[in-house]
Design a protein around this ligand. Sequence first.
Ligand SMILES: Nc1ncnc2c1ncn2[C@@H]1O[C@H](COP(=O)(O)OP(=O)(O)OP(=O)(O)O)[C@@H](O)[C@H]1O
Ligand SMILES: [Mg+2]
Length: 478
Amino acid sequence: MPEVAVLTRRSENESARNEAGFVLIIDDEAAIRESLQTLLEMEGYNVTTAANGEEGLAKLGDRPFELVLLDLALPDRNGIDLLAAIREQDRHLSVIMITAYGTVENAVRAMQSGAANFIQKPWDNEKLLADVRAAISRRRTEEENVQLKRALKQRYSFENIVGKSDAMLKIFDLVSQVATSRSTILLQGESGTGKELIAKAIHLHSDRRERPFVPVNTGSMPADLLESTLFGHVKGAFTSAIASKKGLFEVADRGTLFLDEIGNMSMDTQAKILRVLQDRKFMHLGGVQELQVDVRIIAATNVDLRQLVREGKFREDLFYRLNVISIDLPSLRQRKEDILLLVNFFLEKYSAENQRPARIATTEALRALMSYSWPGNVRELENVIERAVVLSSGSEIGVDLLPDNIAGRGAAFPLFEQRSDATLFDIMEECERHIIVDMLEKCNWNQTEAAERFKVPLSTLNQKIKRLNIEIKKKSRE
Ligand SMILES: Nc1ncnc2c1ncn2[C@@H]1O[C@H](COP(=O)(O)OP(=O)(O)OP(=O)(O)O)[C@@H](O)[C@H]1O
Ligand SMILES: [Mg+2]
């Protein structure tokens, strides 16, 4: 029993130690190292020491250090340089500088180079311990933030497909589930909702990922060309067939064939595709030999295929063959909670692509982006953000960088024009908002002046500003 008790106490101590943190002391004076080590170990810290800069740098990788106590005046290296080298290894590592020559200048330089704090010899033990605790706690908070951001990114992004709405999270799950099968998949959704992106993600998550993903826009080609593209042809099959050519069904063998805009195919081509779907066999145009392929088909359409079937424009049997697993991509208006995430994703993407520092959208701009109806869905949003980033010169994306119809300029009743579900109340609120923002802008955001010009009490105006969530931009010039 006593042994168990001892063990327990030891492990408690161990965890208290880990709780308190890992500290590396770099100082050339043995007496200083020892007294700091004793002081910190008595507080439960796990301490490692180094007598010079090189040894310190070498030991950095040994443990998950959270804090370095660094002598500013080392024999082998300038303390500020060493500080930079340490932070290069780990940006979030806290460093407290120690020096006997604690001039203000040294302190300022150390802090500018990223030191968390500055301690002068001889130090006050209580003060030193408080600084150490604060530095470690700051480091932990930063680390948690980084981890949280990373987790959020992973959670809400799947092969660069961004979304946190329930609808998109369900689609991510579905994609992982169906990817490994060979079942045909039908992707339906408005233009720009990400059908091709999902098709690629399915391919990348399948065991076909090493083989080609072959997209064909079946909607944009005349029937003859489409058929020779898909099935290939033998030499002399038609006038211009001067040599034989492989079809995309062969190119995509053991890979994935993405039949995009399938709703526009001729009835004839539909019949031929149906055959391949049934037994994975086909012939080159003009050929006599049957070819067997192992192809996974993903089809996409932005029209309602059922409706086309009812109208007699799409073969019912082909529809059922394609519709083994169907994934409906929601329009952006149906998942407004993804807009913010997408805006930030594209801001980051296009700032980086254009080698510009990260841009952020102002609250006003975000509000405009959130209330727009996005008929062109994610593609339209992506284009709007790319344009804004390219046009921007400062670090902010304001409404001025958004197209007129999105910024609410031009159309008198944008909500009314863009959103069929907007109520009279929504539209009136929007108008009121525009009128008040307009007036505030005219009055240089001086609320008193705006209230006077509106001939209403200031309190009434302020209530409206609050209710309509109007952000007061500039300081009024009183
Ligand atoms: N959820 C998303 N996250 C990030 N980017 C997206 C997302 N959805 C779409 N996109 C981007 O939007 C653009 C349009 O997507 P995609 O081409 O896949 O749409 P689509 O449904 O095939 O459109 P269309 O019917 O017009 O062909 C692409 O640049 C794509 O990368
Ligand atoms: Mg597409």
